[in-house]
Design a protein around this ligand. Structure first.
Ligand code: MLT
Ligand code: MN
Ligand code: ZN
Length: 269
């Protein structure tokens, strides 16, 4: 199975357009686009996992996702969503030229995205359906993470609103959980044996940003103490010192053997 880490920043990206904090203004730090992945069993058919507002630039930066071989063909077959947050879903609107697309998400997320669907249906009738057990030879398992609803969604649809994914193919497995306020029960079992567990790395520590607790992201400093798993961190907020490769926080994460992948990181699993 091939995994491409398309983007690794939290909502707003890094640097964030309306933030002039020292990290955002540091010209030595590499920009990061908003969190999302592409996965493929065969390297020909690709599925996006989350669709960020940076999707167009992510596709252009990724030769595997470029159009072809036919003049109107694309290797992108569908999109799987972990949640309904705008940094994970706005990219759907950028795909409106796609004549066919499979969109898979938990029912509450599909319901919240009916507003998007009202728009995309005017362009092309995609299929919108719950998450299948298998997709193009990749086995998919999900774990309910939370009922955290995006601010724009005020409907009380029953959850889960956020899930984690486990993808398996030919004995290789990989876990993706970019939105975790609290480790859900059974997470360690769910992730056992995975080559990488790409986890919510929004914040490094519990007191990094005012209002952080209501955002609901478990800090890296806590997860690396709680989990004995091969972790990699994504959805990095611009306040997170691990963005700087020379920070002591980055060194500490790497000393534990965990990864802070850059955009464009490729894994063969
Ligand atoms: C989050 O990850 O908490 C949300 O994406 C926040 C947001 O950008 O609205
Ligand atoms: Mn987010
Ligand atoms: Zn900033």
């Amino acid at each position: 199975m091939k995994v491409i880490v398309l983007g690794t920043a939290a909502g707003g990206g890094f640097p964030q357009w309306n933030c002039a904090c020292p990290t955002c203004r540091n010209p030595d730090l590499q920009p990061r686009t908003q969190d999302g992945l592409a996965i493929s069993a065969d390297g020909k058919n690709w599925f996006l996992v989350n669709a960020s507002p940076d999707l167009r630039s992510q596709i252009l930066a990724t030769p595997e996702l470029h159009a072809g071989p036919g003049s109107r063909e694309t290797p992108i077959r569908g999109v799987l969503l972990t949640d309904a947050e705008l940094d994970h879903t706005l990219g759907l609107l950028l795909l409106r030229e796609a004549e066919t697309l499979q969109v898979h998400a938990p029912p509450a997320v599909l319901n919240a995205l009916s507003r998007f669907r009202d728009i995309t249906d005017r362009y092309h009738a995609w299929t919108w359906s719950p998450i299948p057990d298998e997709l193009d030879g990749i086995t998919i398992r999900t774990l309910a993470v939370s009922d955290k609803r995006p601010r724009y969604a005020d409907d009380p649809a029953p959850g889960p609103w956020v899930v984690a994914y486990r993808f398996e193919h030919h004995g290789g497995s990989f876990v993706y959980a970019p939105c975790v306020a609290q480790l859900p029960e059974g997470f360690e079992q769910f992730a056992a044996g995975a080559t990488y567990v790409l986890l919510d790395g929004t914040f490094h520590s519990a007191d990094e940003m005012p209002g952080q607790t209501v955002m609901g992201h478990l800090p890296i400093a806590t997860t690396i103490e709680q989990l004995d798993l091969p972790l990699a961190f994504t959805h990095l907020n611009n306040t997170n010192p691990v963005i700087d490769p020379n920070s002591p926080e980055r060194a500490a994460v790497e000393k534990h053997g965990h990864l802070i992948p850059d955009d464009g990181t490729r894994w063969e699993i």
